[in-house]
Design a protein around this ligand. Sequence first.
Ligand code: PEP
Ligand code: MN
Length: 365
Amino acid sequence: MAAAILEIIPWQQWGFFTEPKPCVIAGPCSAETEEQIMQTAQELKEIGINVFRAGIWKPRTHPGSFEGVGSPGLKWLRRAQKEFGLKVCTEVASEKHVYECLKYGVDMVWIGARTSANPFLMQEIADALRDTDIPVLVKNPVNPDLDLWIGALERLNGAGIRKLGVIHRGFSTSEKILYRNDPSWKMAIELRSRYPELAFFADPSHMAGDRKYLHELSQQALDLGLDGLMVESHCDPSCAWSDAKQQLTPAELITMLKSVTVRDKDAQSADYREHINHLRAQIDIIDENILYMLASRMRISAEIGKAKKENNVAILQTSRWESLLEKVIAKGGKSGLSKGFVTDVYNAIHEESVRTQNEILAGNA
Ligand code: PEP
Ligand code: MN
């Protein structure tokens, strides 16, 4: 399927975030009480945060957990918005949530990871937002499915939402990993390269699950050149009603933000330009060589296919493939190439060889 085209108004035109980057959205996981909202919002405003988040409806795994204060919390957000001049945002997961947010003048909404995985809900939310002008940020679906993520964006865009962005919060995994969710940045990189104009946030809080990893994950996001961060911050994290382990106080948040390095998109210095151009020219030559070598390899593979056909031999000789892979992994390792990388590259080559030989045996080539 051809890549979907999204019509996007860049975040620089939303009037929410000012350069320099990163754009920061901060606030508690959940709105709990009016005092907690006002206290946190004031402390965040004092450290220079302009966009405030708080969950009003919380998607929780087990019933009986705190599921958010619901609509009354929207009045507290409106108070924080008016008293501190903040833009406020919250998560919506149904059309009812959208209508409530519009009624109370919420400035921006985000779609949570459990909702972006559900096309029915995405369509319902998109329809409820039709003809409004508020920005919408879409978190990645819980499972690593790029098309599902893009599909959610298409539904919103189809309803006329052009102030669109995404939040990468990592993927659920059954594997035991350091973090709460698997960062799997490669999907973020793929989405970023397909839609460079899309406002791109990382949510290191839900990725990490623990405040001790926030710095490293935020830095990884900035190293990739993402536009901003959504970070959970609470005036008294240890007493938070949800996600207590991963929240920072506003004071800790500003310390963290000051300690990360923001990368520039590009640099204008003549030395840098010359150096990069020189390296890129070398890469271009190597790429040509790689393509030439791959084509030669495939031609030989086709010859082998013909020989197999003439002698009525099956395509797959598992032991040959296994020993080849073992050999290239060992050789690659000596040149500093990781096992995973060599395996991926050779699996792709092998797949194409088998496909070519299949065609020959079937008499199509
Ligand atoms: C949240 O941001 O509060 C939240 C519930 O996040 P996620 O949808 O990423 O789990
Ligand atoms: Mn949370």
